[in-house]
Every structure is written in structure tokens, then in C-alpha cells.
Design a protein around this ligand. Structure first.
Ligand SMILES: Nc1ncnc2c1ncn2[C@@H]1O[C@H](COP(=O)(O)OP(=O)(O)OP(=O)(O)O)[C@@H](O)[C@H]1O
Ligand SMILES: [Mg+2]
Length: 301
């Protein structure tokens, strides 16, 4: 569905994309991840033909540089940075509905699910909306379009937790054969939504793997805790968070990095007085039954 061949793009001396080639098939859901400035937005803009590049980008077999209008009809796009439109929201929405042949009300319905009341926002200038409101409106406009490809650039960066959940729910409702491409800094957040993760670094594809592979790798910390006598509440907390007895009066569990930080922080906050020893091992350093490896972190009272 999306075919990127040897795409490079420089802005002056900055090489934003360096010989990027990739293919996204029908029905695939892909996240582009990578540090700030790694080229995610430039790559998404290249998919849309919004930036001139060396190499070739085709969507549904249509070259986006040669036939941008035909290519763009298949794509709905949520930009990272909202355009500074002077027009009132009502007119922006009306023009969008006319352009994409949408029924009036289609955008309002999507917006309402994201917690944005279009009736209230209608007379405001688009540029005067808050960051979160702009993002909700742009997301609602894109979600209302029945395009085969949905491209979203950090679509939830300004959204509160409820709106983020409502957004992901609407993305997940898209037909199975449709393509979703999004950029995110939070891989944990999009893991349920995508099946493939492409990591960019300095404008190159550093890694292209299934989400299952990436998470298998992240699951690389082992946390072990020894509790003092009578520490029933701490033991209950640990069991509720996936810990099991590992012998020697200790409880242990494997964690992804993000989970580990959160659970350990909560454990220390609520049950610090009950902990005798807390050690965090890098999984690779700890073979079964091998206690010689030094923990990466040790908290002893
Ligand atoms: N229009 C532009 N003019 C000049 N340089 C640009 C332009 N757009 C992007 N760049 C540069 O290209 C590189 C890649 O930028 P890009 O916006 O694609 O990164 P990104 O991965 O989306 O980052 P972020 O996570 O911050 O959104 C950066 O060094 C950036 O400064
Ligand atoms: Mg970006």
C-alpha cells in the first residue's frame, strides 16, 4: 500500500532522511518511533508528498510527487503542528467536509467522542483554540474521512488521558484492511494499536520489527524483593503486581522498563518500612540460580 524507495531529504546541511526504503502492506498498522529530530515527521510528510525528496514514494501504486491529488485522496492526515488558520472553526470544518465529500456532522460526531463540542468552538478562530482543542479537531477531521490510509504525527501529544483513550478507540475501529501509520514517543501507549514498529535514528531506519519482538526485548528486568516479618500488605501488593515466590523468602518478577519504574516507585512509597532488600537485575546478567551477578540496583535497609 505504501512503498518508499531510496528516499533522502536534506535541509541545508541537515540530513533529515538518508536512503530510507520500506514497504507497508494493506491492513498493516505501523508506529514510527525515534528520538527528537530523527526524521519521523519528515518521513510522514514525504508519504503525503508535502516535502520534495530524492527517491520515490508511492501510495496505492500512485506516485505522490507526480500525482499528489490522486494519492492524497486515499490518505487522512493528522499533522504534528497545527496550521495557524485565521478562519473560524465552522468554516474550516465546512471546507474540509466539502473537500472530502463528508456529511455535515461527521466531524462533530468524532469531535464529541474526543470531548470537543464543535457547537461551542464553531465561532472561534481556529488559531485561537487551545493546543488540545486544535489536536482534537484535527484528529476528528481525519477520523471522519473514510480513507484507506490514516497517517498521524504524534496525535495524542496534547491530549488528556480520556481523550487519548477515545482517540485510540476510534483508530482501532478502522476497517481491518486499512493502513494506520503513526509516530509516537510512547511505544507503551501504541503497543495495542500497532503490529509493527519502525525505529528511526539520524534519518535512517535503525530497526524494523514486530511489536511482539520489541516487547520481548524490553521485558528485560528482574526485580527481587525480600520482605521483613509481618509484611503482609507489601506481599499482597507484590502478588497483585505479578510477583511470585522465588525461594529464600523472596518474591521476584520480570518487568518491562516502564512497568518496573512505576511498580517499584509505588512499592517504595507505600511499603518502604516492610522491605528488607530490593534488587533489580538486568535479565541477561542473571541466570537461573546464579546469585553471583551483581544487581544493577540494590536498595537495602
Ligand atoms: N522545514 C525544515 N527546515 C529545516 N530543517 C528541517 C525542516 N524540517 C525538519 N528539519 C530538520 O530535519 C531533522 C528531522 O526533523 P523531523 O521533524 O523529521 O524530526 P522528528 O523525528 O519528527 O522529531 P520530533 O520527535 O521532535 O517531532 C531535524 O534536524 C530538523 O531540524
Ligand atoms: Mg516530528
Amino acid at each position: 500500500m505504501i512503498d518508499v524507495q531510496h528516499v533522502s531529504k536534506s535541509f541545508g546541511r541537515v540530513a533529515a532522511l538518508v536512503d530510507v526504503s520500506l514497504h507497508v502492506g494493506r491492513g498493516e498498522r505501523v508506529a514510527f518511533v525515534g528520538p527528537n529530530g530523527s526524521g519521523k515527521t519528515t518521513l510522514l510528510r514525504a508519504l503525503l508528498g508535502l516535502v520534495r525528496v530524492d527517491g520515490r514514494v508511492a501510495v496505492g501504486g500512485v506516485d505522490v510527487a507526480r500525482e499528489p491529488e490522486t494519492a492524497l485522496r486515499q490518505i487522512a492526515y493528522i499533522p504534528q503542528i497545527a496550521p495557524p488558520l485565521e478562519a473560524p472553526v465552522r468554516e474550516v470544518v465546512r471546507a474540509w467536509c466539502a473537500l472530502r465529500a463528508l456529511a455535515e456532522g461527521a466531524v462533530a460526531e468524532r469531535a464529541a467522542r474526543l470531548g470537543l463540542d464543535l457547537e461551542v468552538a464553531a465561532s472561534k478562530r481556529f488559531r485561537d483554540l487551545s493546543g488540545g482543542m486544535k489536536q482534537k479537531l484535527l484528529a476528528a477531521m481525519a477520523l471522519a474521512v473514510d480513507a484507506e490510509v490514516l497517517v498521524c504525527d504524534e496525535p495524542t501529544a496534547n491530549l488528556d488521558a480520556a481523550a487519548r483513550a477515545a482517540f485510540f478507540e476510534q483508530v482501532d475501529e478502522r476497517p481491518k484492511g486499512h493502513v494506520v501509520v503513526l509516530c509516537s514517543h510512547r511505544i507503551e501507549e501504541v503497543q495495542k494499536l500497532v503490529d509493527r514498529v519502525i525505529e528511526l535514528r539520524d534519518g535512517r531506519v535503525d530497526r524494523d520489527a514486530s511489536v511482539a519482538e520489541i516487547f520481548a526485548e524490553l521485558r528485560s528486568y528482574r526485580v527481587e524483593v525480600a520482605l521483613g516479618p509481618g509484611a503482609a500488605r507489601a506481599a499482597e501488593f507484590l502478588r497483585a503486581n505479578g510477583f511470585v515466590a522465588i525461594g529464600g523468602g523472596r518474591l521476584g518478577a520480570l518487568f518491562t522498563q516502564a512497568e518496573k519504574v512505576e511498580v517499584v516507585a509505588r512499592l517504595l512509597r507505600a511499603h518502604e518500612g516492610e522491605i528488607v532488600d530490593l534488587s533489580i537485575y538486568q535479565e541477561g546478567d542473571l541466570r537461573e540460580g546464579d546469585r553471583r551477578a551483581a544487581p544493577a540496583l540494590r536498595v537495602v535497609r
